[in-house]
Design a protein around this ligand. Structure first.
Ligand SMILES: Nc1ncnc2c1ncn2[C@@H]1O[C@H](COP(=O)(O)OP(=O)(O)OP(=O)(O)O)[C@@H](O)[C@H]1O
Ligand SMILES: [Mg+2]
Length: 248
């Protein structure tokens, strides 16, 4: 028998849902169609406090498209997302984006200083990040004293950690990570992994981590969702899912 749990069973299995069946973030039947193409097909999954869910599958499976639905960068054509039980269509977009942070494959920092980058999100909400808060964020990502550095002088790994800190500056409770270490060397990647584990546990965040790296999924995520052609093929304990589905 295939040990990986079928998605429909997994969603009705209370052990597979944090918070006793209602996640901090929960996708219910989310679908995105573009003309005749179905990028994301009826995906249902919930992720709870301090939980990291890995999402994997072949290139073109719809993993990034799914993440973009979770913070409403794209609109589901069917289904919706619930944040703490509330349909996200009832939440103002700026508030939604603050609560659901996203870290991409590459850092995409704005030109200027590290401090400027960290202050950007709060400034958009007319909040000033105090120097002490900046210091705390930089300490959290292991780069104390970097506030005045020009982002052009950062290594790839450092830039990714600043990108992380910029997302954390918005105090999100859900973190979407789209292959956050794939452009990094192994040591820098491991540093980012440590950060993901730390923020997920210290700040009780729900994390959805898209990765092509099976060992990374095993290190970070108790559960893995395997997607192909937009659909959830398997959702369950990482080892079982990854043993059953080799990642292309
Ligand atoms: N804006 C778009 N318009 C049309 N098709 C799109 C668009 N964005 C993505 N697609 C298509 O949707 C499918 C899923 O793409 P997606 O980027 O979500 O895959 P992925 O699983 O993240 O792949 P990878 O592992 O390569 O990053 C692909 O066939 C892709 O070509
Ligand atoms: Mg992708």
């Amino acid at each position: 028998m295939n040990p990986a749990i079928d998605s429909a069973d997994a969603v009705s299995d209370p052990d597979c849902l944090a918070d006793g069946g209602q996640g901090l973030v929960e996708a219910r039947g989310v679908t995105r169609k573009l003309g005749s193409r179905v990028l994301v097909d009826d995906v249902s999954v919930a992720v709870g406090h301090s939980e990291i869910l890995a999402v994997t599958g072949p290139s073109g499976a719809g993993k990034s498209s799914f993440l973009r639905l979770v913070n409403r960068l794209d609109e589901p054509t069917e289904g919706t997302i619930f944040l703490k039980g509330r349909d996200y269509r009832q939440i103002d977009t700026p508030d939604l984006r603050r609560r659901v942070g996203m870290v991409m494959q590459t850092a995409n920092l704005f030109p200027g200083t590290v401090r400027g980058n960290l202050s950007f999100g709060p400034a958009q909400r007319h909040q000033t990040l105090r120097d002490q808060e900046i210091d705390e964020l930089l300490l959290k990502v292991g780069l104390p004293g970097y506030g005045g550095r020009d982002v052009n002088t950062l290594s790839g790994g450092e830039a990714q950690r600043i990108s992380f800190a910029r997302t954390l500056a918005n105090s999100p409770n859900i973190l979407l990570l789209d292959e956050p270490t794939s452009a990094l060397d192994e040591d820098s990647g491991r540093a980012i992994e440590e950060l993901i584990l730390k923020v997920s546990s210290d700040e009780q965040m729900a994390c959805i981590l898209v990765t092509h790296n099976a060992s990374q999924a095993l290190r970070l995520a108790k559960r893995t969702m395997y997607m192909a052609r937009g659909k959830v093929v398997a959702l369950g304990p990482s080892k079982e899912v990854l043993d059953a589905h080799s990642i292309v």
